[in-house]
Design a protein around this ligand. Structure first.
Ligand SMILES: Nc1nc2c(c(=O)[nH]1)N[C@H]1C(S)=C(S)[C@@H](COP(=O)(O)O)O[C@H]1N2
Ligand SMILES: [Mo]
Length: 320
């Protein structure tokens, strides 16, 4: 074994070893907390670089994608083979294989609640009804790793405009498909299924907030949340809920799967913030998949200029 410097041991690795320990203890009550955002051993993570991306259409042929900070996008192989999707497995490197069987047709997305025009969209209508654009965003998982991903999608505000939220609508709640026959992870009693997430309405209306249907110019694969998932790049990755079937406009702040599982660890806002540690690890740095060493984590994941105003006057330690 190659010795690693303690400075390179990531929170994931530290956490994982603690998890091994807890397995030995075998205390059932630890279940939910132990599951929460647990990670695969950090250093098995770097997937081999893939060949060039397969026939991407959204950028000029052969153009390398970079984010606005100049960092290159991760490879298709990395983005599609290192995933969190607890409905299938907690093993990031097996999600691709196990989620592959998810049936994404027929698929409908029911949009309702406090709206003037409730509507159930067939996925085909979403794909053809909204101009799909490419956005190269950083994704920062709360566990301490990150990637750069060229998403294909459209602003959520365009879909919300069609259903016309009423003046009572203050929050948006999202739900993943509930189907334990297809998603065996939903038989785990430690988490409250279906996966649910929420945004404040102004966050949902922000131009950075995307509904995503693809990446690298190709249709989204199940492991990345096909056929439709949310992406909020200034928030920890768990807010970016996958395989959405329901979107509700509501009056009161909703709860989420992670808030229910571990309320002290996962709050409603989940804005990326290097100053506010997770109770079990620092958030000051992160491991970019494919790189060795660590990078400093940026406030709001580098999107402060765009989103800091949403939180003016709020105590970001309390509203974690
Ligand atoms: N339904 C659902 N959505 C989910 C998750 C999940 O387990 N189930 N995991 C979240 C977490 S923790 C992260 S980091 C991202 C990972 O997205 P990716 O696998 O496409 O990189 O998806 C988020 N969305
Ligand atoms: Mo995550």
């Amino acid at each position: 074994m190659i010795p690693i410097k303690s400075s390179e041991i990531t929170p994931e690795a530290v956490y994982n070893s603690r998890r091994q320990f807890m397995k030995g203890v075998g205390a059932l009550a630890l279940g939910a907390a132990a599951l929460a955002a647990c990670g695969a051993p950090a250093d098995q993570a770097a997937a081999p670089a893939s060949a060039a991306n397969p026939g991407a259409t959204a950028a000029p042929a052969g153009a390398a994608r970079v984010d606005e900070l100049g960092d290159p996008a991760n490879s298709v192989q990395e983005i599609t083979h290192y995933n969190n999707f607890y409905e299938f497995t907690t093993d990031k490197q097996r999600v691709a294989e196990l989620a592959g069987t998810l049936r994404t047709r027929p698929w409908t997305v029911e949009v309702g609640g406090l709206v003037r025009n409730p509507r159930t969209f067939a996925i085909e209508d979403i794909l053809s009804g909204f101009d799909q654009e490419e956005r190269v965003y950083r994704l920062r998982c709360v566990e301490g790793w990150s990637m750069v991903i060229p998403w294909l999608g459209f602003p959520l505000n365009k879909l919300l405009a069609q259903v016309e939220p009423t003046s009572e609508a203050k929050y948006v709640r999202f739900e993943t498909l509930l189907d334990p026959d297809q998603m065996p992870g939903q038989r785990s009693p430690w988490l409250e299924w279906p996966y649910a997430e929420g945004l404040r309405l102004d966050e949902a209306m922000h131009d950075l907030t995307l509904l995503v249907t693809g990446l690298y110019g190709e249709t989204l694969l199940p492991q990345n949340g096909a056929p439709l998932r949310l992406v909020t790049p200034w928030k920890y990755g768990f807010k970016s809920i996958k395989s959405i079937v329901k979107i509700d406009l509501i009056a009161d702040q909703p709860s989420s799967l992670w808030m229910i599982a571990a309320p002290k660890e996962y709050g409603f806002y989940a804005n990326v913030n290097p100053e506010v540690a997770h109770p079990r690890w620092s958030q000051r740095s992160e491991r970019r998949i494919g790189e060795s060493g660590r990078r400093e984590t940026l406030m709001f994941n580098g999107y402060a200029e765009e989103v800091a105003g949403l939180y003016a006057g709020m105590d970001l330690r309390k509203n974690y």
